[in-house]
Write a protein that binds this ligand. Structure first.
Ligand SMILES: Nc1ncnc2c1ncn2[C@@H]1O[C@H](COP(=O)(O)OP(=O)(O)O)[C@@H](O)[C@H]1O
Ligand SMILES: O=C(O)[C@@H](O)C(=O)COP(=O)(O)O
Length: 424
């Protein structure tokens, strides 16, 4: 099938979030883990391809290079329009990588302007006058200020983006958006004439997203969260470019034991871990002990647990505990030892017969998915907005994998996830 859209996501939970919102339309969406080694098969039914990278916190040059390779693969597969997906809380290091990757993509595909719209109203992320809100709080006052890898201490998207790009950053505010697609298009055109290449666009509800998508559907490059992308399939269908397949894909029925692995320290994950630890067998990992002794003791613990019992292994901790571990180990090293341990535990769980995995945390999901050797994910039912079950082949076996973004899902998410799988 001809490709309508080629997407690049900066982490794996972000990629499944994006694929879930695009899939709501019924259009077939393919999700690849990393840049595929092989060319796309011409008979592939998907009309949208998503490539999941793990580049959110990588050094700028590494991240840009990974995105360039993903772009090459998508272009080679026939894509002419592209979407660059990053976090709805604009998670980035001070130097990048949101703007640096966008600027590279614009240069490679010849786009004069792009928009930045991380808003995800269904999950409480809204942009007003260029400022990002999480629920009713400014981003910088929300729990994102304590993120272990990308603490967000400013809420102005213009200020956050400006140091990440060489070009000029501007704003199309809510007033422009509220005037409808034609007026917004004119505002963007005026900004282009004024030499503004990078435009933050306000959105506080799904109607705003519809307006923005309608005004920019023909842009060569759009950037933002999953919610703005989720508006595109309907527009493609209205333009007669695609129609959902008549027969829906049947999803596998995955038997085998289950586990939750959590490396997210986000506020919602902390509540979810507390809830599920009260319903299951649990093991808490200590980064300092892991740095000294590795994951062997935790693997031995796992081997001793009854196969059919509900279990959770987590490094999830309160901000003060995270800070203490980072002071002793350095921020990146603390993250790496936890990611490495959870990856080994996922491999051990698979060896012991686990086939249903719920993973919390974007970086954590990247590490675990790569450790399991997953290269392609089929998108299944959504458990909570932006968090679908996915299915993958590992060593000839089908596994079910739910990759949960840090702050997504309700308090009982982990239990809900397994219930959703039973009823899918
Ligand atoms: N107790 C801890 N101390 C320090 N870092 C931790 C701890 N637990 C987890 N981490 C690290 O914090 C990071 C959390 O990021 P991520 O997995 O992307 O979660 P989120 O989706 O909430 O952003 C990971 O690199 C993880 O290894
Ligand atoms: O847009 C979002 O918020 C998510 O799709 C996402 O990218 C979350 O990343 P993590 O919080 O690191 O899971």
């Amino acid at each position: 099938m001809a490709l309508l859209l080629g997407c690049i996501a900066d982490d794996f939970t972000g990629a499944t979030d994006l694929a879930a919102l695009l899939s709501r339309s019924g259009l077939p969406v393919s999700l690849r883990i990393g840049v595929p080694q092989r060319k796309r098969d011409d008979t592939d039914a998907a009309v949208i391809e998503v490539i999941a990278l793990k580049c959110r916190t990588a050094p700028v040059q590494t991240a840009v290079e990974q995105a360039r390779q993903a772009l090459e693969w998508l272009k080679d597969a026939g894509a002419t329009r592209f979407f660059w997906k990053y976090c709805s809380t604009f998670d980035s290091t001070p130097e990048g990588n949101i703007g640096s990757i966008a600027e590279m993509l614009m240069a490679e595909i010849g786009a004069r302007q792009t928009i930045y719209c991380p808003a995800f109203p269904e999950n409480g992320r809204n942009i007003f006058m260029g400022h990002l809100f999480v629920g009713e709080q400014l981003l910088s006052e929300s729990s994102m200020k304590d993120h272990p890898l990308t603490p967000m201490r400013d809420s102005s998207l213009v200020r956050l983006l400006a140091p990440q790009v060489r070009g000029t950053v501007g704003l199309a505010n809510r007033i422009a958006v509220s005037e409808g697609p034609a007026a917004l298009k004119a505002r963007l055109q005026k900004l282009t004439e004024d030499g503004v290449q990078h435009v933050i666009v306000d959105a506080v509800c799904d109607d705003d997203l519809r307006t923005i998508a309608t005004a920019t559907v023909d842009f060569l490059l759009l950037t933002g969260g999953s919610a703005i992308a989720g508006q595109l399939p309907r527009l493609y269908m209205e333009q007669g470019l695609a129609a959902p397949p008549k027969v829906r894909q049947t999803l596998p029925n995955v038997a085998g034991s289950q586990i939750v692995l959590s490396g997210s320290c986000s506020a919602m994950t902390r509540k979810q871990v507390a809830d599920y630890a009260g319903r299951s067998i649990s093991l808490r990992l200590d980064p300092l002990a892991l740095a000294e002794q590795g994951a062997a003791a935790a693997c031995r613990w796992l081997q001793k647990q009854p196969a059919d019992a509900a279990k959770i292994i987590y490094a999830t901790a309160e901000p003060d505990d995270v800070r203490r571990a980072q002071e002793r180990l350095r921020r990146d090293k603390a993250g790496q030892v936890v990611e490495q341990a959870l990856s080994e535990l996922a491999q051990e769980a698979f060896r012991l017969g686990t086939r249903r995995f719920v993973v919390a945390g974007g970086e954590t999901s990247g590490a675990i998915t790569q450790a399991l050797g997953v290269t392609h994910l089929t998108i299944g039912p959504e458990i909570a907005p932006g968090v679908p079950w996915t299915f993958a082949e590992v060593k000839g076996e089908t596994i079910a994998l739910a990759l949960k973004s840090g702050n997504f899902g309700g308090e009982t998410f982990f239990a809900d996830a397994f219930t959703r799988l039973e009823t899918a």
